[in-house]
Write a protein that binds this ligand. Structure first.
Ligand SMILES: C[S@@+](CC[C@H](N)C(=O)[O-])C[C@H]1O[C@@H](n2cnc3c(N)ncnc32)[C@H](O)[C@@H]1O
Length: 170
C-alpha cells in the first residue's frame, strides 16, 4: 500500500474508534459534553465541601472537575467509561497522587458510601435511575449533590444557580 493509503486507513480507523468510544456510552449515560469553567467553580461552591472530604464526579469526562476539587484540598474520585477520556484525565491528575482517583468503570457501580459531595451531568432518561442509585447507597451519611441541567425526579432542589441544582440528602 502507498503511504497515502496508510494515512487514509489510519485516520478512518481512528475516526471509527472515536465514534465508538464516544457514541457507545449513550445507552449507559450521557455523551461527553464538558461543563463550562464558571459552572464547574459554581458547582463546587454549591457543594461547599471542606478539605479532606470526598468528592465524586459520576462521569468525570476530561477530569476538569477532579482537578478543581483537588486544588480545593478535596479527595476526588471520578468514574469514566470512555477509555480515551479516562486515560487523559488519569494522566492530568497524576500530579495529585492518591488525592485523585479516576476509575475506568461505569458509575452505575459506583461506591458512594464515602462520598460527601457528588456532581453529575447526565441526561433526562437516566435521572430516575440516578435517584435510585443515590437512595440505595449503603452508608446513609449526609450527601450533597449537584446536578447539571437535569433535575432529580421526586426531589426538591435546595438551591438553583443557573442550570445547576443542589440536592441535600440527610
Ligand atoms: C456530560 S459529560 C460530563 C463530563 C464532566 N463531568 C463535566 O461535567 O465536565 C458525561 C460523561 O459521563 C461519561 N459517562 C457516561 N455514562 C457513563 C457511565 N455509565 N459510567 C461512567 N461514565 C459515564 C461520558 O463518557 C462523559 O464523559
Amino acid at each position: 500500500m502507498r503511504t497515502l493509503d496508510w494515512i487514509f486507513w489510519a485516520v478512518w480507523a481512528l475516526g471509527v474508534l472515536l465514534i465508538l468510544a464516544y457514541g457507545s456510552v449513550i445507552p449507559f449515560g450521557a455523551p461527553f459534553l464538558p461543563t463550562l469553567k464558571k459552572d464547574r467553580q459554581a458547582a463546587l461552591d454549591m457543594l461547599d465541601l471542606k478539605p479532606g472530604q470526598v468528592f465524586i464526579d459520576l462521569g468525570s469526562g476530561d477530569g476538569s472537575l477532579l482537578v478543581l476539587a483537588a486544588q480545593r484540598g478535596l479527595k476526588a474520585v471520578g468514574y469514566e467509561i470512555n477509555p480515551f477520556l479516562w486515560l487523559y484525565s488519569w494522566l492530568r491528575t497524576r500530579r495529585f497522587g492518591r488525592q485523585v482517583r479516576v476509575k475506568l468503570r461505569s458509575f452505575w457501580r459506583a461506591d458512594l458510601s464515602q462520598a460527601d459531595g457528588v456532581f453529575v451531568f447526565l441526561i433526562t432518561h437516566h435521572m430516575q435511575r440516578l435517584a435510585r442509585l443515590i437512595d440505595s447507597r449503603s452508608a446513609k451519611k449526609p450527601l450533597r449533590l449537584v446536578s447539571h441541567a437535569f433535575k432529580i425526579p421526586g426531589q426538591k432542589p435546595t438551591q438553583k444557580v443557573g442550570a445547576l441544582f443542589l440536592y441535600i440528602y440527610k
